[in-house]
Design a protein around this ligand. Sequence first.
Ligand SMILES: C[S@@+](CC[C@H](N)C(=O)[O-])C[C@H]1O[C@@H](n2cnc3c(N)ncnc32)[C@H](O)[C@@H]1O
Length: 226
Amino acid sequence: MSESVRPPGKSREEIAAAYRSEPWWYDVRGFFILTFAYNSTLLRQMRTFGPNFGPRHLELACGTGTFLELLLRWRSWKKLPKVDVVGVDYAESMLAGALNRFRGQDGFEFLHADAADMPFSDGEFDTVNIANAIHCLPDVDGGLRETFRVMKPGGTLAANALLYPRGPWPFKGIAQRINEWGIRKGILYTPYDEADVRRRILAAGFELVADSVSGNCYDVLARKPA
Ligand SMILES: C[S@@+](CC[C@H](N)C(=O)[O-])C[C@H]1O[C@@H](n2cnc3c(N)ncnc32)[C@H](O)[C@@H]1O
């Protein structure tokens, strides 16, 4: 698969159905994908997303909340302040996992919504993380526009995106096979080129704070102008 032959992605309903798996299998599969498709590590992801939590935080496309929980543990280990977190996801089964994980804990709310159509007022959130999900969204521009809308001026967005595989044999081929499988299954909409993601983030109105590429993963921190 190359950029020039990008296959048509699935609808948000098909994507939500593809995410209907047992939370334990989702987590094991996620670790495998992180290592062999993203060519990235949990530690790198912690460093990308862990610092980006303001007093009222939106974790968009939060999945089962496994990664969110790891981030919050990392924050507590770093003695960073506690925050209120709202998690959003379009797959009800993923949300059920998140609800279960944080049940009974204060400061957490989980809502079923499409990233491109969120039930929040303008400027509600200090920070937003979109972790491992830009490349899963069928309407990524709509999702970025909505993210921009619900953030306070001066608020920051941390996101990453899966890139078209690069690197030497056999790693490029392995990542390519995993991506093709993910697209067929519906858990991946499309990989990206980093310039394309950067352009879409800027087009949504954000200004770039920092970005970098590691393995097949583009990490970006952007700000809604104050
Ligand atoms: C690879 S998972 C990442 C989950 C979590 N952020 C993590 O890092 O483990 C991608 C998530 O995006 C969600 N998703 C896909 N399309 C969505 C949409 N249109 N709106 C909200 N969430 C969506 C999926 O349901 C899935 O939970």
